[in-house]
Design a protein around this ligand. Structure first.
Ligand SMILES: Nc1ncnc2c1ncn2[C@@H]1O[C@H](COP(=O)(O)OP(=O)(O)OP(=O)(O)O)[C@@H](O)[C@H]1O
Length: 357
């Protein structure tokens, strides 16, 4: 499936002038607030008719200003997931899901009801009403509803933005399954590097209404910043993961841990191989808010699992990042200033991580 967008459009003082193509999988529209991501997804969805240009999905032309052609939203058969789940409050989860299915043409039904329920882990929620669900659960149901409409394309506009870190961590593995187990191509709008690095096959970086860069996620993010290497052995953790991708050009290995993924300098033995990575504790910084614009490629979301004070007054903090435990050593002053406590959602910024031979 190839989506081709080449448009110009004016929105007040803002002008969008962008062209890109995608080839299935997850394509992220990535960029700062105000760069034009939402306007772009609205054009793809058929909610905005572009002033000039063309949008097509394979041979199906959805908008073409030269030919005065514009296919409205309801005839595009795209699924849409917003920041807010927007479920029907008076319907049960099952009824909400069936509502999505109702839109799927009978002969083109893709995923089965049971398959979607399994994929998103929502079996136990089926008879409940949305009002009683957590934000993450609601979002999983919203994704299920969109999937059951058998969309040709799934448009997701900051689907995790309204969730706290814990709910984000809970839902990310489901989004990965969605990417890996369904054939539905996804356009994913986000301004979070961590989310995009984890989910996207391809990234379109937007800035001031234009496409600043596009390419495979690893390439794009390794261009933005480069990780440092360290051979020093010191207090830290060894984590085991699986080599998911090797970027020979940038000499980087993407290692999938239990939940998170790490960009590790160097080229590992082979894709699919189990490797161990070393993360020195003193090269892990902690942040209570999501840090932006850092050179570190690895920012893991987690919780404070435990804390202990060493003889020298250094605080050793254990952070649970989706089942992988990362250790950080910080000063007592920092710990107090950040009001660190067990259970606090936290971002672990990993400055160095090395492959173990
Ligand atoms: N209908 C409109 N009329 C005038 N200006 C608009 C309209 N819609 C969007 N804009 C402007 O276009 C710019 C891009 O907005 P857009 O929502 O596409 O950005 P974004 O990258 O999705 O940002 P965010 O991450 O904050 O959602 C902004 O400056 C916005 O104010």
């Amino acid at each position: 499936m190839t989506l081709t967008v080449d448009i110009r459009h004016r929105l007040g003082a803002f002008s969008l002038n962008a062209a890109f193509t995608t080839d299935g999988g997850v394509t992220a529209l990535f960029g700062r607030s105000g760069s034009g991501k939402t306007s772009m997804i609205r054009i793809i969805a058929g909610l905005i008719r572009p002033d000039h240009g063309r949008v097509s999905l394979d041979d199906d032309v959805l908008a073409d200003s030269d030919k005065h052609l514009f296919v409205p939203r309801h005839r595009r058969r795209f699924g849409y997931v917003f920041q807010e789940a927007r479920l029907f409050p008076h319907l049960s989860v099952r009824q909400n899901l069936n509502y999505g299915r109702w839109f799927a043409p009978k002969n083109e039904r893709g995923e089965s009801f049971g398959g979607v329920v399994d994929l998103l882990g929502i079996e136990a929620l089926l008879d409940r009403r949305p009002g009683k669900l957590s934000g993450g659960e609601k979002q999983r149901v919203a994704i299920g509803r969109a999937l059951l409409s058998s969309p040709r394309l799934l448009l997701m506009d900051e689907p995790l933005a309204a969730l706290d870190e814990a709910r984000k961590a809970e839902i990310l593995p489901y989004l990965e399954r969605l990417r890996d187990e369904t054939k539905v191509p996804i356009i994913y709008v986000s301004h979070s590097i961590a989310e995009v690095a984890r989910l996207a096959n391809r990234v379109v970086v937007m800035r001031d209404g234009k496409v600043e860069a596009m390419g495979p996620a690893v390439e794009i993010f390794s261009q933005l910043s480069g990780p440092q290497t360290s051979d020093r052995r010191e207090a830290g953790v060894l984590l085991e993961g699986r080599v998911e991708h090797i970027d020979h050009q940038h000499r980087l290995t993407i290692v999938a841990l239990k939940a998170a993924k790490l960009f590790v300098p160097g080229e590992a033995a082979g894709i699919g191989k189990t490797v161990r990575v070393h993360i020195p504790a003193r090269d892990v910084m902690l942040a209570t808010g999501r840090p932006e614009g850092l050179s570190a490629l690895n920012i893991l979301d987690g919780y404070v699992l435990g804390m202990g004070v060493d003889d020298d007054g250094t605080v050793e903090v254990k952070v649970d990042c989706g089942g992988d435990i990362v250790l950080a050593r910080i000063t007592q002053f920092s710990a107090e200033r950040m009001d660190l406590r067990v259970g606090l959602p936290i971002h672990a910024v990993i400055k160095t991580v090395a492959l173990e031979s």
